[in-house]
Design a binder for this molecule. Structure first.
Ligand code: PLP
Length: 432
């Protein structure tokens, strides 16, 4: 077999400083349990579950075998008008662990597709209810809802929007819930629920009957872990109910145990009308996203329209469904959501102990999700990027957004792993 030369120039990497990467590549070639291995043979502790994906840890044989078995038996089916058993089984399994009557599930291949799917289900639902005048969407500053045009329109992160003028026009953004540097709030803040009243103000300004849906991440993850204040999500739910607005939780990061329960909706006690999922749904072993909807949303579309004119070639791909079923088995048999809840106090202790480092201006966290902000040094993000490289050299992988470091360890982590993460962070941040 003829292989192309192993050059780095041709793959245009996502969200990456490509030229700099080519000078000093960080190539991962193997993974098992809590660790990656680089091409140089260095062992790297995974403090971010890859990218919030590998909640059950790496190299899970059960998942690999399930995918291999599925591919050996049936590698693909067209999903428009045909089906295969695994995706029905998966939808039923999800309905069992989803809160309330979120019990119909639409499959796609990523979080970004889940967001676009949710936007279209909302539009179809409002239209089927005779409420087609609801064309406005509400999102939030600092929100990350993926990178398709729908998610870019909802985005509350300037860098993810500024070059892309042609987004959906009818999106308005509530204020974010971060209350400023130096607060070091562990878990939920006692104040800030009134920020949800931004939604009420939009109803007063535009007319509640013109708003189709309100999209929020229960915890805003990629921007740096903004935990909702006590009562905030409840108040959003009340305002949505008052005005006939659908509430959408984007649980692409929060889902599958990250908050210590199955979903953020469970941890915060609020049931949305729609929920998006991806990432840890398959433990990262196959690309898959999903949108769950409550029974009334499903009924309004199913009763008034023949079908939803939406779907992807790879919706409910058999290999992804097999990976997800094997992943859910592991979460259940190893009680990983409970384990996350049990480990959370130790994890948050170690993360909040970083507060005494000179450059650290804030720490936030909930469940097995935490972030710290560094005071910028040079252009925004330069210091964070320097830290990313130094940490990698020191054998720790975490997620960086600008000068904010984000930790989301696999739910199989032990207190020793957390201690090692904290010690490496302390060493690197002390003179970063
Ligand atoms: N929504 C949220 C909350 C996310 O954090 C992400 C990705 O990080 C997405 C959507 C997009 O997911 P994907 O990258 O799989 O398209």
């Amino acid at each position: 077999m003829v292989h192309a030369p192993n050059a780095l120039a041709h793959h245009w990497m996502p969200f990456t400083a490509n030229r700099d990467f080519q000078q000093q590549p960080r190539l991962l070639v193997r993974a098992e349990g809590m660790h990656y291995w680089s091409n140089a043979g260095q062992r790297i502790l995974d403090g971010a579950s890859g990218l919030f994906c590998c909640a059950a840890g790496h190299g899970r044989r059960e998942i690999t075998e399930a995918v291999a078995r599925q591919l050996g038996e049936l590698e693909y089916v067209p999903h428009f008008q045909f089906g295969h058993p695994a995706s029905f089984q998966l939808a039923s399994r999800l309905a069992q662990i989803l809160p309330g009557d979120l019990d119909h599930v639409f499959f796609c291949s990523s979080g970004s597709e889940a967001i676009d799917t949710a936007l279209k289900i909302v539009m179809a639902c409002q239209w089927a209810r005779g409420e087609g005048q609801r064309t406005r969407f509400v999102s939030r500053e600092r929100a990350y809802h993926g990178v398709n045009i729908g998610g870019t329109s909802l985005s509350g992160i300037m860098r993810n929007r500024e070059a892309f003028g042609g987004t959906l026009p009818n999106v308005v953004h509530m204020r974010h819930t971060w209350s400023g540097p130096g607060r070091f709030v562990r878990g939920q803040s006692q104040d800030g629920a009134e920020l949800a009243d931004d939604l009420e103000r939009f109803c007063a300004l535009y007319g509640g009957q013109t708003i189709a849906a309100c999209f929020v991440e229960p915890i805003a993850g990629s921007t740096g872990v903004l935990v909702p204040p006590v009562g905030y999500l409840q108040r959003l739910r009340e305002i949505c109910d008052r005005h006939g607005i659908l509430l959408v939780f984007d649980e692409v990061i929060c889902g599958f145990g990250r908050t210590g329960k199955a979903f953020g909706a469970d941890s915060f006690g609020v049931i949305p009308d729609l929920m998006t999922m991806a990432k840890a749904l398959t433990n990262g072993a196959q690309p898959m996203g999903a949108v769950a909807v409550r029974a009334p949303v499903w009924q309004s579309i199913a009763e008034h329209a023949i079908e939803l004119f939406h779907g992807y070639t790879f919706s409910a791909h058999p290999a992804a469904a097999a990976a997800a079923l094997a992943t859910l088995d592991i979460y259940e048999s190893e009680r990983l959501f409970d384990r996350a809840a049990e480990l959370s106090p130790h994890f948050l202790d170690r993360m909040f102990a970083l507060a005494d480092l000179p450059g650290v201006t804030d720490v936030r966290g909930y469940g097995l999700l935490a972030a710290f902000d560094l005071a910028p040094d040079g252009a925004p993000g330069e210091r964070g990027y320097r830290c990313l490289k130094r940490l990698f050299d020191e054998g720790l992988l975490i997620k960086w957004t600008g000068d904010t470091g984000i930790l989301a360890p696999p739910l199989i982590a032990t207190p020793d792993h957390i201690d090692e993460m904290a010690a490496t962070l302390r060493r690197v941040l002390a003179d970063a």
